[in-house]
Design a binder for this molecule. Structure first.
Ligand code: SAM
Length: 226
């Protein structure tokens, strides 16, 4: 296929995605301001996209989530989408290792109207997860932190779940490089390969991978606990 045909196809995909976003997942001021605040604070722009945010909300609503756990908050963008799917007395606990993100996140949660049902816990997620057993089960767990640790996060996510809980992990497509081990792969890729295999092979889980980001070259791994 010629370069110009490929370019035309890419443009068409972008246009369709933009149209669906505008119709089904438009950002309001709370979400837009969260992105602005992140930029001003110099945080990287590596958050989920609006269609993924809406999908998180659909899963949360589908299993009547009241308690959600997020591993990797960044600036609170995905946290806002998740928290808005909760009932007024629901709770989102979001774990973030970088203390300089916490103030940005809390301010963005407040502007988006979800301060009361959200909590940011600062520290290494792996060290924080054992204490969360006292607050389990979580109805939905969203994993979006350091990729090398995804297999450990999965182990904890299952421990902190109930039958019907949904476990979603971001960046599980990576241009198709994360379905099979390859020689010399870095530890992030190795973590993602293992995560995809573990979720696929665990008889306790029903899992699918969905390419829904970066022009369909990356996306979610979605599991339901049987
Ligand atoms: C891809 S960003 C999260 C994006 C966010 N979920 C969103 O879509 O708006 C990954 C975040 O995980 C955090 N992180 C990395 N390693 C971590 C760890 N061991 N424990 C907790 N957070 C970690 C990073 O500091 C970063 O803010």
């Amino acid at each position: 296929m010629s370069d110009s045909t490929l370019e035309q196809e890419a443009q068409q995909r972008h246009a369709i995605e933009a149209q669906i976003t505008q119709l089904f997942a438009p950002e309001d001021d709370g979400l837009r301001q969260a992105l602005q605040a992140a930029k001003q604070a110099g945080l990287p722009e590596i958050q989920i996209n609006p269609l993924q945010g809406k999908l998180l909300q659909i899963f949360a609503a589908a299993n009547h989530s009241r308690k959600i756990l997020e591993i990797g908050s960044l600036a609170g963008y995905s946290g806002i989408w998740l928290a808005r799917a909760l009932p007024a007395d629901g709770r989102l606990i979001s774990l973030e290792i970088d203390p300089k993100h916490a103030e940005v996140i809390r301010a963005s949660f407040a502007r988006a109207g979800v301060a009361e049902r959200t909590e940011v816990r600062v520290g290494n997620a792996l060290e924080q997860l054992p204490a969360l057993q006292a607050e389990a089960p979580f109805d939905l767990i969203f994993i979006d932190a350091d990729k090398a640790n995804y297999p450990h996060y999965l182990e904890w996510a299952i421990k902190l779940s109930r039958s019907g809980s949904i476990i979603i992990a971001d960046n599980c497509v990576r241009e198709g490089k994360v379905f099979e081990a390859s020689p010399g792969m870095d530890e992030d890729t190795a973590g993602l390969v293992k995560y995809n295999q573990l979720t696929r092979d665990n008889p306790l889980l029903i899992t699918i991978v969905l390419a829904n980001d970066n022009d369909y070259t990356d996306g979610f791994n979605i599991s339901v606990v049987k």
